[in-house]
Design a binder for this molecule. Structure first.
Ligand SMILES: Nc1nc2c(c(=O)[nH]1)N[C@H]1C(S)=C(S)[C@@H](COP(=O)(O)O)O[C@H]1N2
Ligand SMILES: [Mo]
Length: 284
């Protein structure tokens, strides 16, 4: 791998289940609040030239990525595997990565090799790669056909989860009540700051609400970290009086996707991207 063409780029990766713990009834899986997201600089080699050298034949429909980890989920023993439609796998930004932030991939992030698929939710970025297989039939494995689908009940086949819907997050301002996490601020003015991303198109707008999503004002949107990374936003909250507030932020992308104000429940809690709510107390 290391002898092949080498590229380095930033990419934001978010778990499809991010935000799941806020849903009611709560889907049974990792109880993420909003923390299951990050941006790293990845180094690796593009997948497409490798597939071209291997000569993908007529009749190929998908590319399957198999991880070395094996386990049991839903009573089915399997290795972690996910496929991509051939045209998505052939996109120039899909990379086999062996470094993260200038270091060899840390074990927990996929050493020695993982696939990075910019724009797609985390489940697509298969870690601990063992094998890449070109398929002539769509893959029906557990993590493809039963998990990572937006469905309304256990039996609903649902629709596949693919790219990241827009989301924005706020760096919680002020200081916390340690156990309860309620935030405390001083009156006057306050600089709110956060990050926003979407896997469908660049984020074009981040709005901020200080009244729980009733009224919205535009923030100042900075440049994204490269083509596939999140963007910084800032908002000057002026003339802040003592009282209780609920701070929210809402991202819109160039494809017209907007974060919903209220969560939209689904059985596995995937692709759930409502606005974040940060309750704060401004002290007298
Ligand atoms: N082999 C393998 N790859 C995997 C997974 C896994 O369980 N096994 N989990 C996926 C999921 S659900 C996510 S959100 C991302 C998390 O990547 P990170 O651990 O680098 O943050 O890895 C993906 N790749
Ligand atoms: Mo995930």
């Amino acid at each position: 791998m290391r002898e092949r063409a080498r590229i380095t780029f930033a990419c934001t990766l978010e778990c499809a289940g991010n935000g799941r713990a806020r849903l009611s009834p709560r889907p049974i899986s990792q109880p993420w609040l909003e923390e299951a997201v990050g941006t790293a600089e990845w180094t690796g080699t593009p997948l497409r030239p490798l597939l071209e050298e291997a000569q993908v034949e007529d009749g190929a429909v998908e590319v399957l990525f198999s991880g070395l980890d094996r386990g049991i989920q839903g009573g089915i023993e399997h290795s972690y595997e996910r496929s991509l439609p051939l045209d998505e796998a052939m996109r120039s930004e899909v990379v086999l990565a062996y470094e993260m932030n200038g270091q060899p991939l840390p074990p927990q992030h996929g050493f020695p090799l993982r696939v990075v698929v910019p724009g797609w939710y985390g489940m697509t970025h298969v870690k601990w790669l063992d094998r890449i297989t070109v398929l002539t039939e769509p893959f029906q494995g557990y993590q493809q056909a039963l998990q990572y689908r937006q469905k309304q009940s256990e039996d609903d086949p649902g629709v596949p989860v693919t790219r990241m819907l827009p989301r924005s997050l706020m760096i919680p301002p002020g200081i916390p009540d340690f156990p309860a996490r309620q935030r405390f601020l001083e009156p006057g003015s306050s600089m709110l700051e956060g990050r926003a991303w979407s896997g469908w198109a660049p984020v074009v707008l981040v709005e901020v609400s200080v009244d729980g999503g009733h009224s919205w004002q535009d923030s100042e949107l900075g440049e994204a970290v490269g083509e596939y990374g999140w963007a910084r936003w800032t908002f000057h909250w002026e003339d802040v009086r003592p009282g209780e507030y609920e701070l929210c932020s809402r991202a819109t992308d160039a494809a017209g996707n907007v974060q919903p104000v209220e969560p939209e429940w689904n059985y596995l809690g995937h692709g759930n991207n409502p606005v974040q709510r940060v309750p704060v107390t401004v002290r007298a």
